[in-house]
Design a protein around this ligand. Sequence first.
Ligand SMILES: C[S@@+](CC[C@H](N)C(=O)[O-])C[C@H]1O[C@@H](n2cnc3c(N)ncnc32)[C@H](O)[C@@H]1O
Length: 296
Amino acid sequence: MFSYRHAFHAGNHADVLKHTTLIAIAQYLVQKDTPLSVIDTHAGAGLYRLDGDFAQTSGEAMEGIARMLSADPATLAPALQTYLAMVQSFNPGAHLRTYPGSPALLLQVLRPQDKLRLFELMPQDARALLGNAEQLLEGRQAQVLMEDGFANAKKFLPPPDRRGLLLCDPSYEMKTDYAKVATFIDDSLRRFATGCYAVWYPIIGRQEAHDLPKRLKSLAAKAGKNWLHATLTVKSGKLQTLADGSVKRPGLPASGMCIINPPFTLHAALEAALPQMVALMGQDKNAGFTLESTGR
Ligand SMILES: C[S@@+](CC[C@H](N)C(=O)[O-])C[C@H]1O[C@@H](n2cnc3c(N)ncnc32)[C@H](O)[C@@H]1O
């Protein structure tokens, strides 16, 4: 069950899309003084070594965050500038050694009055997350729960101040995860209709992956809520035949973010950032983005 380790993928193009979007949402939501409750249903380890064995084996960060950091920040969209400055703050000096996962990035944005709940089921990652979160707290409130985020996040819904952000970012290692995400969002919207829900999903040749954004949009429409859907493709997903006749899997070619109740500022923020992600991380002529939303 637990073969997925985010450490292999930390800082890849999917993390760039997910975390740029997440920070833009969180920064908008902390503009009001009222406490914000944030839930990360699949939190991972919180911080990742990019010079460790996992990341070096896959090299995914080199095609993702490393390319983004090679750009002159002054030329980038504000949402990218903010995200990249946060990643840089974990990397004093010239070398990119550490990639902050969603818990570390969220702790950068949240204030002492806000609450962060981090679900991570895998014992090894949950222990690492606990240690990393303690290091990063600096007066902020976070709770690590070694529990199933799909089943147990509901105990915190609705939050007392009715202001909340949920990130749902499973590994989709099992194809049942797609249906679990839709059921989880449906149930959460019934408990807390005004919450902001951010769902990441991979774009791969699987019917469930293709259907998930459609299901999320119709759940939002049924609840009378706005949605935003952004996708980023960096390369073709087709198998490649190499000169020696062997076949190479391309790795994850694309991913998407579906947001229910997005901040009204998010569409414009991503409209500026997505073409720059394509320009910097695109690997072939299939690279591109899509962006659509209601309520504009
Ligand atoms: C894609 S990673 C999360 C990455 C993280 N959100 C980030 O952006 O840095 C998914 C994580 O979910 C964990 N996981 C898998 N099933 C889970 C479940 N039912 N509840 C909570 N965590 C789970 C995995 O161990 C893995 O660390």
